[in-house]
Design a protein around this ligand. Structure first.
Ligand code: SAM
Length: 272
């Protein structure tokens, strides 16, 4: 019996598993972190392709099945833990060589896709890429470009850390049971440097979120609402002026560079 509440949709098509591993760029020297191995179909293929696999599974009922699937794979470490609570960095230090290239590969539980990816991105783990099966709409938002309806604060949050690309779209029929939504494989390649300079990352991300709070509203209106408690409209307009960004533009037209400029300007005005 599957646990819908844990997002349990297992991949039953070996070709799809092979394609995911190919897109991830796994070689026999790679280290792999898998989230949610389930009954171990992807895990087993990963174990054959990589040097070492660490797989986090929260559902204890699956552990004996995993044991059975993986009984020939000496290079897999199954960790029975909620990934959102795991100290992944410490585990990486124990399981992988310092110079090994590490990749996250997973068919993620869709109900916590964003929390999982944001946790792994924000912890700045020494991971070179993330190749993940997720809900198609979420993949499109993470890989979106400005001036599209998918572009939003999630886009900026993900693309601040990585280059994002939708590499595959996947039919429902490869899963058991089939999910109620369409799926895509998203590849995130870690940026070596942050793409923009921001004075304060939390402040930056909060301001970006505020700019998209009401998508149909102008920047000026969204920012006024965001700063309402202690800034009057003249200050908001003045700061927007200073950055050279037209106050009647909408959040969805701003590039990451423009958001960074805006966040830094407000930060310097209000925090110093
Ligand atoms: N990898 C398998 C496959 O492709 O067939 C299973 C993928 S299934 C979509 C998601 C898996 O994540 C399930 O096995 C589920 O139990 C597990 N899971 C759900 N929440 C989790 C969490 N917080 N931490 C770790 N694993 C979790």
């Amino acid at each position: 019996s599957f646990k819908k509440s844990l997002g349990q949709n297992f991949i039953i098509d070996v070709n799809i598993l092979q394609n995911i591993i190919r897109e991830a760029g796994i070689s026999e020297t790679s280290g792999v972190i898998e989230v949610g191995p389930g009954i171990g179909a992807l895990t087993e293929q990963l174990a054959n392709a990589a040097d070492k696999v660490v797989a986090y599974e929260v559902d204890s009922r699956l552990l004996p099945i995993l044991d059975d699937t993986l009984h020939n794979c000496g290079n897999v470490q199954v960790v029975h833990q909620d990934i959102l609570e795991a100290d992944v960095k410490a585990m990486m230090n124990v399981c992988f060589d310092a110079n090994q290239s590490i990749h996250v590969v997973a068919n993620l539980p869709y109900y916590i896709t964003t929390p999982i990816l944001m946790k792994l991105l924000r912890e700045e783990l020494p991971v070179s890429s993330f190749t993940v099966m997720i809900q198609k709409e979420v993949a499109q938002r993470m890989a979106a470009q400005p001036n599209s309806k998918q572009y939003g604060s999630l886009t900026i949050a993900v693309q601040y850390y990585t280059d994002a690309e939708v590499v595959m779209s996947v039919p429902r029929s490869v899963f058991m049971p089939p999910p109620n939504v369409d799926s895509s494989v998203l590849k995130l390649t870690k940026k070596t440097e942050p793409p923009v300079e921001v004075d304060d990352e939390d402040y930056f991300f909060a301001l970006v979120q505020a700019c998209f709070a009401q998508r149909r509203k102008t920047l000026r209106n969204n920012l006024r609402r965001h700063f309402s408690e202690w800034a009057d409209r003249d200050i908001i307009t003045a700061v927007l002026d200073e950055t050279g960004i037209d106050p009647v533009r909408r959040g969805e037209s701003l590039t990451m560079e423009e958001f960074a400029g805006l966040a830094n300007a407000f930060y310097r005005k209000f925090r110093n």
